[in-house]
Design a protein around this ligand. Structure first.
Ligand SMILES: NC(=O)c1ccc[n+]([C@@H]2O[C@H](COP(=O)([O-])OP(=O)(O)OC[C@H]3O[C@@H](n4cnc5c(N)ncnc54)[C@H](OP(=O)(O)O)[C@@H]3O)[C@@H](O)[C@H]2O)c1
Length: 313
């Protein structure tokens, strides 16, 4: 039996619960592909899964789904980019050698050198051909940020010229949401902290607001769509003010309203926008595979800019 390296989550807890081990390399079933993983990422969701530090309303459903005292799937990790090494006999969408990117959902398992995934979408993942013009590492950022931003921005049905505010514009989904709103022709305002104001402007925001300095919005300013891209746990006085600044018929959406859809058609659309240059991945830091624990410490501080990526090979 061939072996591979993987990070096992031995129990819920601090970053050190992740331990590097040699485990069995998986074999694809008839309807699965075997992916040689070149890059993964440490996302906000990975931190929630590993630490299990969540408000009670999220904690109970999450533990029921993932495991009561430790993750049932001991290899965690949600996003991956890599190359198809082998395929099951019923696989039609992919060929050996295809460069792919995807999200593993409840299947987890991206903190490893190899992962088997179904070719079709399910709660255990979605997979598509990766954008050709970006690296494997960059691809991991647009999977997570892209799927989140696309799903929740769609709720706004944004029209050209509308005013859109992205609260939490500097994270993985926020940096993607800013670019998507700009692509849709909106006039975009981004909210972030002082150090990220210039970066958010460079992504296409016409206006930026510093939530560490401002508690209110300019009187009279109203937005057609507001996306809270950091989730309900992170808040500020400015966020409360934003909720009241909707234009008549406007919509306020939190990225925590509902569950993330694993949709390979959406991944294909993200690929097109990335290849056309409309969406550029923002990479904060890149760690080596052996440094995942360190990457978890950094992301756990809650201030990553764009995405934090892991080079597996
Ligand atoms: N619905 C679902 O199924 C689903 C699935 C996955 C994730 N999510 C949600 O999506 C969220 C976003 O994930 P992400 O990876 O895109 O975010 P992220 O990258 O973790 O966001 C980090 C950014 O948050 C900003 N931030 C921290 N505290 C803030 C505050 N009080 N006000 C404004 N900004 C603040 C920081 O900016 P500064 O450094 O500038 O402060 C940092 O750049 C997750 O936290 C989770 O709640 C939902």
């Amino acid at each position: 039996m061939e072996k591979m390296k993987a990070f096992i989550c031995t129990k819920y807890g601090p970053p050190e619960v992740l331990q590097l081990r040699e485990v069995e390399k998986p074999l694809p079933k008839d309807n699965e592909v075997l992916i040689k993983i070149y890059a993964t990422a440490v996302t906000a969701s990975d931190i929630f899964i590993r630490s299990s530090q969540l408000p009670i309303q999220f904690l109970i459903p999450m533990r029921l789904m993932l495991g009561l005292t430790k993750p049932r799937k001991s290899i965690i990790g949600l996003v991956l980019a890599g190359e198809i090494e082998s395929i099951g006999k019923n696989v039609k969408r992919f060929r050996i050698g295809d460069q792919v990117y995807g999200l593993t959902g409840f299947g987890l398992g991206a903190y490893a050198e190899y992962k088997c995934m179904k070719e079709t979408d399910s709660t255990h993942g979605c997979l598509a051909i990766k954008p050709a013009n970006i690296s494997y590492e960059e691809a991991t950022v647009v999977i997570y940020g892209g799927l989140l931003a696309f799903q929740y921005m769609e709720k706004g049905n944004i029209q050209r010229g509308q005013k859109v505010l992205i609260y939490g514009a500097s994270g993985t989904s926020g940096t993607t949401a800013i670019q998507l709103a700009k692509y849709l022709g909106a006039k975009v305002t981004g909210v972030c902290s002082t150090t990220n104001l210039e970066m958010v402007k460079s992504l296409g925001a016409e206006a930026v607001i510093d939530y560490t300095k401002e508690d209110t919005l300019n009187p009279g300013v109203q937005y057609d769509f507001i996306l809270d891209a950091v989730g309900k746990i992170k808040t500020s006085k400015l966020k409360d003010a934003c909720k009241k600044a909707l234009a008549p018929g406007g919509k306020y959406v939190s990225i925590d309203d509902g569950s993330l859809k694993l949709d390979s058609k959406r991944l294909a659309l993200i690929k097109e926008l990335v290849e056309a240059g409309h969406i550029k991945p923002v990479v904060d830091r890149c760690y080596q595979f052996e440094e995942i624990v360190e990457a978890h410490r950094y992301v756990g501080k809650g201030h990553k800019k764009g995405g934090v990526v892991i080079k597996v090979k």
